[in-house]
Design a protein around this ligand. Structure first.
Ligand code: ADP
Ligand code: MG
Length: 228
């Protein structure tokens, strides 16, 4: 589903080139739940943003669902991302003036050829799945952090993406809520067969993902397959 070969990322900081990702290669299968772990500053977000087509590597190639993203223009990459990829962020990134319902519906407004009734049934189904149906008319300031992340998960899923990237999705949550959010993501991954790629600095909250990849200073230092 995702194949990254020899990714390198260099940031320019004033006069110095900062080589943040060195020679990063990784293959992720369809339906897998993978977590990147590692200390803050180790390069997890940089890797996630490259794999998720939000950013481009300095060199190397990324193939997603058989399609190389290397030669894509900015617009092509944005369209490809919109059709195939969902993102969940640490700070939820909900739109404050929209209701819970409208936040989830928002990515669908960008997709053509979807009838209003189809949109509605998808949003309602996801509201139910993430346990937010009763809160659907509230704006984000009226719900808790855990609830905001549930909405963000539903929003990421609404376009039926093949892959979901989640960058520190539990970092702003207390540990009990964090566990619940991870359980919810695992349940969704099983039901939808969505590939989940997750970054966190907290190894203990990802105890039963399929694979744990540890990154230090932009390099994979350990890879563990978890048995179920
Ligand atoms: P993590 O997500 O694991 O905390 P990041 O991928 O955010 O790590 O950052 C990896 C390294 O790259 C850090 O040293 C960070 O300071 C640096 N970095 C990240 N983004 C930029 C940028 N836009 N410009 C320069 N340096 C950056
Ligand atoms: Mg990060």
């Amino acid at each position: 589903m995702v194949k990254a070969s020899h990714l390198k990322k260099v940031y320019r900081a004033g006069e110095i080139d900062l080589e943040v990702i060195k020679d990063f290669s990784l293959e992720i299968n369809e339906g897998e739940f993978v977590s990147l772990v590692g200390p803050s500053g180790s390069g997890k977000s940089t890797v996630l943003n490259m794999l998720g087509c939000l950013d481009t590597p300095t060199s190397g190639e990324i193939i997603i669902d058989g399609v190389s993203t290397k030669e894509m223009s900015r617009t092509q990459r944005a369209n490809f991302r919109g059709e195939n990829i969902g993102f969940i962020f640490q700070s939820f990134n909900l739109i404050p003036v929209l209701s819970v319902y409208e936040n989830i519906e928002y990515p669908l407004i960008m997709i053509q050829n979807l009838s209003e009734s189809e949109r509605k049934s998808r949003v309602l189904k996801l509201l139910e799945e993430v346990g937010m149906l009763e809160q659907k008319d509230k704006t984000p300031d009226k719900i808790s952090g855990g609830q905001m992340q549930r909405v963000a998960i539903a929003r990421a899923l609404v376009t039926n993406p093949k892959i979901i990237f989640a960058d520190e999705p539990t970092a702003n949550l207390d540990s009990k809520t964090a566990y619940m959010i991870i359980e919810l993501m695992k349940k969704i991954q099983k039901e939808h067969q969505t590939t989940f790629i997750f970054a966190t600095h907290d190894e203990k909250i990802v105890a039963n993902v399929d694979r744990l990849i540890t990154i230090v200073d932009g390099e994979i230092v350990e890879e563990k397959r978890m048995s179920k």
